[in-house]
Design a protein around this ligand. Structure first.
Ligand code: NI
Length: 181
């Protein structure tokens, strides 16, 4: 297994639209394992392949307290949405930034598992939010796209400054308020 570097906003590679997964083999399973390892180490509760510069429709999620409930969604499609929920989101590709985003409260999703088997699930709560957030990544969309341009400018400046400080060996880690997806 390997820890993979996570692309950070505004890296243009995060805008790539992912392609469907067509081969379900041992190499795919290794990619899934690497995504989980990278997500847990970050730490985060969801990761889309796009974020590690793999442009395949592949998402891993684990919203459990003990980090022992792995969820894999390959080629996901949302079949229906219900309700609306406004909640604070963060993203491993936009480190240290949190803001409110409106999402559907409940979703029904069809996807494939690591073996290619088609699954259908009804998701709600943090799991529903996480899936919608990760599916945006596969389309090249980020949660900051839902914010105002003024806010995005501030975020880019803040991340730029932090990257410069990190390069100069200064500055601590970003304080975390909510789990990142
Ligand atoms: Ni994200």
């Amino acid at each position: 297994m390997a820890l993979l570097p996570i692309l950070e906003y505004p890296d243009p590679r995060l805008r790539t639209k992912a392609l469907p997964v067509t081969v379900f083999d041992a190499a795919l399973q290794r990619r899934i394992d690497d995504l989980f390892e990278t997500m847990y180490a970050a730490p985060g509760i969801g990761l889309a392949a796009t974020q590690v510069d793999w442009h395949q429709r592949l998402i891993v999620i684990d919203v459990s307290e003990q980090s022992d409930q792995r969820e894999v969604f390959i080629n996901p499609q949302i079949l229906s949405r219900e309700g609306q929920a406004l909640g604070e989101e963060g993203c491993l590709s936009v480190p240290g930034i949190y803001d409110d985003v409106q999402r559907a409260e409940r979703v029904r999703v069809r996807a494939q598992d690591a073996t290619g088997k088609v699954i259908e699930r009804d998701l709600e709560g943090i799991l529903a939010v996480c899936l919608q957030h990760e599916m945006d990544h596969l389309e090249g969309r980020l949660f900051v796209d839902y914010l105002s341009e003024l806010k995005r400018q501030r975020i880019r400046k803040k991340l730029d400054k932090e990257r410069r400080e990190r390069a100069a060996g200064r500055g601590g880690g970003a304080s975390k308020r909510a789990p990142s997806l």
